[in-house]
Design a protein around this ligand. Structure first.
Ligand code: FAD
Ligand code: SIN
Length: 521
């Protein structure tokens, strides 16, 4: 089947939904989700969204905090406009119905997180993402120009390559004409032709064994762009959140928001040693890379599987009022955080790199935008400041929409695109191989490409991944496509990019820390 739309949007998190809403007045929009529409990292965002919303704070302070966290790799111009546009984007969210917690005085109840010099994180209890997803989805579902399709998986972008043209990574003029999409319920691969396509496919935490990311975060957008010979960068900067709940076997790992440390939570070893003063004068509110490395180092020194977060300095009223989800979750596994220490461990959380975009969220491929966690805008540099990602998605989706609205009328469809051909493909009867390979990939990445890296470990990871890559490509080339197989293939590509970019970076910067680079910084 061939389908024609003006705007094809792949992803129904904050980036995809906000873009769809803004372009819908200009043409027909089709927005895809590979799972149910609300499933994605946005739904689970806890701490909140950073923005300058009161008189005590200034854009300059927020800019400075973002640059410090980014450790010299941020694009200063991008940081400036993103933060200067924060207030307008938040007001828009509120206009759509988002409710952020307020004090009895009516002012916003702003929280503080690692790396922030001010209280500036707007939140809806510890369910900020769910609140944002709720209001955006409601708007999208009510919009007559938007068609929302769940359980539709974008397999690959369509470019000139599908017309038989020679495309290589140096070809400056690659264009995107839409995507091949697996309709999971109909079990069919359809051709979606679009004048403009937006990738909003989120992160890639599932390349690691322990992650806070939901299972849909498999780096599909990055892998699709890389296969289409588009530009991808900064993949070595994987952010490990310092505090996920230590509850072995639970996947994904449950996040313990940084806002808990902002409210007074302190880290200690199992023996009760409060160690952060040995690592950074900002203590528990140092940027995430510093805190995650400190925990990693303490766990290695003590041989323990986790450290503790001590919440005794936070009042019970604050815990129940601001962190009801975290409180209830911990209680469900027998820990009352108003009375007991909370076991925590770092987990892969956020990808600072991704598809390279310009200030209008345009990728290196014509007619293709990217926004949200799958993109690399220059805002985060080598380490993202907490709660800057929801903001980044709003700002870049807005800018992309403004740009797309000026382009779309002049564009037409490319009608020569062939339909997907899976003649000769066989049904893969060994699904278990896919699951096993996935576990191997996750184990390789967690063992060798974690918080602290070395040249030897990176080389080992690359060699081991190469074997799984060959096996998976062989399987992919002869099998009828399934979502799980395509996701595995994407995760292998993402793992490869993380390792290669980590090998290429010969300095320790932000989130990338290689013991063999110590002399270089
Ligand atoms: P997502 O919200 O992840 O959405 C991705 C969408 O893409 C999904 O709809 C998915 O189905 C779809 N998709 C993916 N691949 C395909 C495909 N091949 N075909 C079709 N559809 C596809 N950031 C903050 O700023 N503040 C916070 O407090 C915060 N807390 C967080 C807490 C947790 C537990 C996690 C995991 C992240 C948190 N983050 C936070 C990060 C932030 O939530 C994410 O970076 C952000 O929500 C990403 O939004 P997105 O729209 O890019 O992607
Ligand atoms: C958190 O609540 O700690 C997550 C915030 C973020 O990832 O930005």
């Amino acid at each position: 089947m061939k389908k024609h739309v003006d705007f094809l949007v792949i992803g129904t998190g904050i980036a995809g939904l906000s873009f769809a809403l803004k372009v819908a007045a200009k043409g027909r929009v089709c927005i895809l989700s590979k799972a149910s529409a609300d499933e994605g990292s946005t739904l689970y965002a806890q701490g909140g969204i950073a923005a300058v919303m009161n008189a005590l704070d200034t854009y300059d302070k927020h800019i400075q905090d973002t640059l410090v966290a980014g450790d010299g790799l941020c694009d200063e111009e991008v940081v400036r406009f993103t933060i200067e546009e924060s207030t307008r984007r938040i007001e828009e969210l509120i206009g759509w119905g988002a409710q952020f917690d307020r004090k009895t005085t009516g002012e916003f109840d702003l929280a503080r997180e690692g790396g922030h010099s001010e209280y500036r994180v707007l939140h809806h209890k510890d369910q900020t993402g769910a609140e944002i997803e709720r209001i955006l989805l409601k708007e999208v579902k009510n919009h007559p120009n938007i068609e929302l399709l769940e359980h539709h998986f974008a397999l690959d972008l369509i470019t000139q390559h599908h017309l038989g043209a020679e495309v290589n990574r140096r070809t400056p003029d690659i264009a995107c004409f839409g995507a091949y999409v697996l309709d999971e319920k109909a079990n069919r691969i359809d051709t979606y032709l679009a004048k403009l396509t937006m990738l909003a496919t989120g992160g890639n935490g599932n390349v690691y064994a322990t992650t806070t990311n939901p299972v849909v975060a498999t780096g599909d957008g990055v892998a699709m762009v890389y296969r289409a010979k588009g530009k991808v960068a900064n993949m070595e900067f994987i952010q490990f959140h310092p505090t996920s709940l230590y509850n072995p076997m639970e996947k994904p790992s449950f996040l313990i928001s940084e806002a808990v440390r902002g409210a007074g939570g302190r880290l200690c070893t199992l023996k009760g040693d409060y160690f952060m003063s040995r690592y950074d004068r900002r203590l528990e509110l140092a940027p995430r890379d510093v805190v995650a490395r400190a925990i990693d180092s303490e766990m290695k020194l003590t041989g323990d599987d986790h450290v503790y977060l001590d919440c005794s300095g936070i009042s019970k009223t604050e815990i129940l009022g601001h962190f009801p989800t975290i409180y209830a979750k911990c209680l469900s596994i027998g820990i009352d955080i108003t009375k007991e220490l909370l076991p925590v461990v770092p987990a892969a959380h956020y990808s600072c790199g991704g598809i390279v975009v310009d200030e209008h969220a345009r990728t290196s491929i014509r007619h293709l935008y990217a926004s949200g966690e799958c993109s690399c805008t220059g805002l985060h540099g080598a380490n993202r400041l907490a709660s800057n990602s929801l903001l980044e998605a709003l700002v870049f989706s807005h800018r992309a929409a403004e740009d797309a609205k000026t382009q779309v009328d002049a564009l037409s469809y490319c009608n020569d695109i062939p339909e997907w051909n899976d003649e000769g493909m066989v049904l893969n009867e060994e699904m278990i191989l896919i699951t096993q390979s996935l576990r191997e990939v996750q184990s390789i990445m967690s063992s060798y490409v974690g918080i602290v890296r070395s040249n030897l470990r990176l080389q080992r990871a690359l060699d081991r991944l190469a074997i799984i890559y060959r096996e998976t490509e062989e399987l992919y080339n002869r099998s009828v496509h399934s979502l799980k197989l395509a996701e595995l293939r994407n995760l292998i590509k993402v793992g490869y990019l993380i390792i290669k970019m980590a090998m290429a970076r010969k300095e320790n910067r932000g989130l990338h820390y290689n013991i063999d680079n110590i002399v270089n910084k």
